[in-house]
Design a binder for this molecule. Structure first.
Ligand SMILES: Nc1ncnc2c1ncn2[C@@H]1O[C@H](COP(=O)(O)OP(=O)(O)OP(=O)(O)O)[C@@H](O)[C@H]1O
Ligand SMILES: [Mg+2]
Length: 230
């Protein structure tokens, strides 16, 4: 197993588009590279739904007397999500240590094979999941997602502090569902964080026909290709 680069897609605010952008990013690269998605949202996993593989269960394989989960594959992307393993209601009331245990298991017991890039779809917040992912994975960096809304921007600034404390490089941010009247530039230029792209509110994305929206992720593709090749 060899994973060349690992990045996380994160935001403290929920519902700003982390999972969508994880999927769009993976799709933009999957013709040219070996891409994996680790859905680290244990309470609300989404990747198996976005890729329409929620009826499939991963195979278990034995390697050197250890059991591994074979990630599910969609559009040439390897996907590991608690949503493919547990029934929907199972993880809902887990406490922090169980949550961390589940993330560790997904990280260490998935048979990724060789990947150019593993993209980690983070849950909202800045809590246990962040500590676990940053502690267990050698992250090359994190991409923050925000909407151009004061509350989302405030929460994003909070997550900048979290990642600085965890020594995870912040690669840039994506402004999702952008809205012309509110500028995120000022805030982020001030903190020296690059805006990778702006994605408009898009009907195809909203209806989860994300394979029809790859033109929206050209800039993300360019940005991530440079990271893979760095
Ligand atoms: N650019 C967009 N245009 C239209 N709809 C979008 C866009 N981005 C995301 N959405 C929709 O907004 C909702 C939230 O997106 P998503 O689930 O990706 O956010 P999230 O940050 O991962 O949420 P959570 O914090 O719950 O994990 C979804 O219904 C998604 O389809
Ligand atoms: Mg999500």
């Amino acid at each position: 197993m060899n994973i060349k680069k690992i990045i996380a897609i994160a935001s403290a605010k929920g519902g700003v588009g982390k999972s969508t952008i994880t999927a769009l990013s993976a799709l933009s690269l999957s013709n040219d590279f070996n891409i994996g998605i680790l859905d680290a949202d244990i309470y609300g996993p989404n990747q198996h739904i976005i890729f329409n593989i929620d009826n499939l269960k991963p195979e278990i394989v034995q390697k050197d007397s250890k059991k591994y989960l074979k990630p599910l594959v969609s559009n040439n992307i390897k996907i590991a999500s608690m949503g493919s393993i547990l029934d929907d209601d199972k993880a809902a009331v887990w406490r922090g240590p169980m949550l961390s245990g589940a993330i560790k298991q997904l990280i260490h017991s998935t048979d990724w094979g060789n990947l150019d890039l593993l993209i980690v779809d983070m849950p909202p917040g800045t809590g246990d999941a962040y500590l676990t992912v940053a502690g267990e994975l050698d992250l090359d960096g994190v991409i923050l997602v925000t909407t151009p809304n004061r509350l989302a921007i405030n929460d994003t600034i909070k997550s900048i502090h979290t990642f600085n404390k965890l020594n995870v490089p912040i690669l840039g941010f994506i402004e999702n569902m952008n809205f012309p009247s509110i500028a995120t530039e000022d805030i982020f230029l001030d903190k020296n964080i690059e805006r990778i792209t702006q994605i408009p509110f898009d009907e195809n994305i909203y209806n989860m026909s994300i394979t029809n929206t790859q033109n929206l992720s050209d800039e993300i593709k360019f940005f991530l290709t440079n990271i893979i090749n760095a």
